[in-house]
Design a protein around this ligand. Structure first.
Ligand SMILES: [Fe+2]
Length: 122
């Protein structure tokens, strides 16, 4: 999957439904912020997560999502000053994931969909 990032764009904090993931940025560069989950309760939608590290993705530095701590977000910070494209390879596709808020201590499952497939909007 390819994702285009305008300057300043940022993903939600999310997991990958137990699927492995590798990411590279053939154009531009991006930051990945990783988080450790201390508490997660989807029934009450309460979570407690903590940021643990920041990695940079570029054409020379692809990154793998840690299967033991798979919660992260991806950012194209204003400081980088250029658009970016990332490529994501998943071990299996998934159509929903858990998203988290550090500030609100909330989490919940959301559905996922593609913007386009094979060059056509869907
Ligand atoms: Fe991700």
């Amino acid at each position: 999957m390819a994702i285009c990032w305008e300057v300043g764009m940022r993903s939600s904090i999310h997991n990958h439904k137990d699927q492995n993931c590798w990411m590279a940025a053939p154009i531009g560069r991006l930051e990945v912020h990783n988080y450790r989950v201390h508490e997660e309760d989807l029934v009450t939608q309460h979570c407690l997560i903590e940021e643990t590290e920041v990695l940079e993705i570029s054409s020379l530095n692809p990154v793998a999502v840690d299967p033991l701590n798979p919660v992260h977000d991806v950012r194209n910070p204003h400081e980088f000053g250029q658009r970016a494209v990332s490529l994501h390879l998943y071990s299996r596709p998934f159509d929903s994931c858990i998203v988290y808020s550090v500030e609100q201590h909330t989490c919940g499952e959301i559905g996922l969909r593609y913007t386009s497939k094979y060059g056509s909007l869907v």
